[in-house]
Design a protein around this ligand. Structure first.
Ligand code: PLP
Length: 400
């Protein structure tokens, strides 16, 4: 393999980072500088009219009546669960194949995550695993769904729209309705992503949670997030919880936290939101290029490219391939100055902090397998064809 690498003469080839935010910044620099200057001139930094404008814009973009700007995607998840009164003695069904915040937020409310396996093709929470888990491990007592082995009350389902493609929401919503469960969508990687019927991420469950972490498709200049909902009462609760549960100020019927979004971040995001669809189209075009190029390279059996399902709008926050000898390939790409990342190497049911929950890898076998076989490769909008060609060549070379 080493010889192979030398033969193609790495030094003459472009370095391909996993993500290059500077390229995007160059496109919007002037507009953003102006927007930031306006905020500085106003000296109004927390919430305020700019945040409200962003909330309205993201809510509309996501087909929701309300947007509630918050401090991060993690806080969006936490405050969403708090707004639904989820806490000690409760359980939330979720996927273990996700960023830690999904499970961590559940635990931080005092509730327990109930991990349920993924579909091996979409990598999203499998609706049939959810139904099976409920039929095999839970029972209805009164009007509540109870986990037989723990005695905990199952309150909600928390699907994640991983990599930018939505989870199969119809059967998840059907199960939720059948058992009176709430649904929180972790849409951190999925702003503008659509489910068949042109239904957008964050608009189907009770609350949608978005992240504006810089590496997300709509990234701030720091941390930021948003909850979306079509339920005005929930929206009001979220707004109150965001400011320590105070309403009116200094009167606390609820205990919330400081989950506020800054005006500076909102100003950046309002500028970038105008370009989001253009950037999404470029990500999709890059994905089509890879799909075709890998197919032509004849690598079936070594690599599987991500599947975009019919009727869905996949926004490709990540382009994740499933491969043989993943770790070796990754080392090889690193040597060739091609960025890649493993999302995620340890599924949540196998994290040390969840030892006490008593899970074994085989409790969620597809999640455990995906954690060993998947690799994200560069897909950002400004990636050029030459770079993509090089990525495909290097990966093909590794397997030949
Ligand atoms: C990024 C991300 C989060 C957390 O968002 P932050 O803004 O970083 O707190 C939660 N869930 C998923 C799936 C994510 O990708």
């Amino acid at each position: 393999m080493k010889q192979n690498l030398n033969r193609v003469s790495v030094s003459e080839q472009p370095a391909v980072p996993l993500l290059d935010l500077k390229a995007q910044y160059a496109q919007v620099e002037e507009e953003i500088s102006e927007a930031l200057r306006e905020v500085c001139a106003s000296q109004h930094f927390i919430l305020g009219p700019g945040v409200k404008k962003l909330e309205e814009a993201v809510a509309e973009y996501s087909q929701c009546s309300d947007g509630i700007g918050v401090s991060s995607g993690t806080d969006a998840l936490l405050v969403a669960l708090m707004a639904l009164d989820i806490g000690p003695g409760h359980e939330v069904i979720t996927t273990p194949y996700t960023f830690f915040a999904t499970g961590g937020s559940i635990t931080r409310t005092g509730a327990r995550p109930l991990f349920c396996d993924i579909d091996p093709v979409s990598y999203n929470l499998s609706p049939s695993c959810v139904s099976e888990l409920i039929s095999n491990q839970c029972e209805i007592r009164g009007d509540q769904l109870v986990n037989r082995s723990t005695g905990g009350i199952v309150k909600a389902i928390l699907p994640v729209h991983l990599y930018g493609q939505m989870a199969d929401m119809d059967p998840i919503m059907e199960t939720a309705r059948q058992y009176g469960l709430k649904v929180v969508e972790d849409a951190a990687q999925a702003i503008g992503s659509e489910y068949p019927g042109n239904r957008r991420a964050g608009s189907i469950g009770d609350i949608g949670c978005f992240s504006f972490f810089p590496s997300k498709n709509l990234g701030a200049f720091g941390d930021g997030g948003m909850c979306t909902t079509n339920d005005p009462e929930l929206a009001e609760r979220l707004r109150v919880l965001r400011v320590h549960g105070g309403k009116p100020k200094y009167h606390h019927a609820l205990i919330g936290g400081n989950f506020r979004l800054d005006a500076l971040q909102a100003a950046v995001l309002l500028v970038k939101l105008k370009y989001l669809d253009e950037w999404t189209t470029k990500r999709q075009e890059n994905a089509r290029y890879y799909d075709t190029a890998f197919q032509q390279a004849g690598l079936e059996g070594y690599i599987s490219t991500p599947q975009a399902f019919a009727g869905y709008r996949h926004i490709y926050n990540q382009y994740v391939i499933r491969v043989e000898r993943r770790d070796e390939l990754r080392a090889y790409l690193t040597e060739a100055r091609i960025g890649s990342e493993i999302y995620y190497p340890i599924p949540l049911h196998m994290q040390k902090c969840y030892d006490h929950l008593g899970y074994q890898p085989e409790d969620c076998p597809e999640s455990a397998r995906a954690a060993k076989e998947t690799l994200a490769i560069p897909i950002y909008p400004e990636l050029n064809r030459e770079q993509q060609q090089w990525v495909v060549e290097m990966i093909s070379g590794f397997y030949r």
